[in-house]
Design a protein around this ligand. Sequence first.
Ligand code: COI
Length: 358
Amino acid sequence: MTIDIRSTGAPKQKPDDAAPLSFGVYTTDHMLVMEWTREQGWGQPSVIPYGDLSLDPAALTLHYGQAVFDGFKAFATADGGAALFRPDAYMARLNQSARRLDMPELPVGTTLAAVERFVDLERGWIPTRPDSALYLRPTMIATEPHIGVKSSDRFLFFVIASPVGAYYAEGFSAVKIKVEDEFVRAAPGGLGAAKTPANYAASLLAGRRAKSEGYAQVLWLDAVERRWVEEVGSMNIFFRIAGKVITPPLTGSILPGVTRQCVIEMLAADGVAVQERRIDIEEVISAHEDGMLQEVFGSGTAAVISSVGLLHYRGKDYPIGDGTGGELASKLFRQITGIQYGRDEDRFGWLAKVPRVE
Ligand code: COI
């Protein structure tokens, strides 16, 4: 594989590493691009200066939403290097999303080698302040111009990068979540397990309403009975009830979170078996009423591990513990970030060092 590299002649001002970083505000100097056509398959990857895309207004992605993306992180590690966290797992999920949207799968080896080269070039953008990282956003869009509904014969894959801190305005403090019982995010057989813009579009109105009422996000219930807990859009959800850790199963309408999987593996290594099972919102509420709801937390790439300090359901607030977050969530946060920043042993083999190219 050859990667064509065209460096920018006008590097941007980097954010001040001494100040807290908001999520998603900055982008780096370059981006990785690679094109696919039905006749030729994937072309060679190139790294080019970050800039606008040129897209026909009839491009299928704009009209019919044929697009997938993912999000993973590069960390500045304690040894002075840089590492990607579980890039293979994210690539597998991106390809799974692509299959669901009838899009071509990416060649994993070539793509990850190109991502490593791209991150190596952007090394100076990996923030070093605590709890920050370089967030990578691989994205694939349908570029063929066509007004009829069809799968595109051309796609553009690109990766952009953004130095980020905590996802929520609350930082890594506990967030307040509203249980959404009007709108739904995804139905059985739909797109819920794919990382595709449609799922996020479906969440915007409910999310903005919840924000205006003082909640960080909504917790989705299932589309059929409005009863079974699904996920929080930006994270998967876990409950600790009477000493048992429970998370909804991957039945096709929620995102198969990589951080969710890390939580399950980290807990298993500590002898705690997570119950992956359907959980009724009424079970959560009655556990709260019985004093058995010990903790609620979310897991996500952007959100890492975020405690939920309060649930709101049908006009009533249910504070969890003292509202500041639970001990299991803080332990998991310490464990996963310890590995990500190379402070602790990478006992699960999750880190992929980014090689330096001379
Ligand atoms: C991620 O956690 O990577 C996501 O894509 C969630 C998004 C809300 C930023």
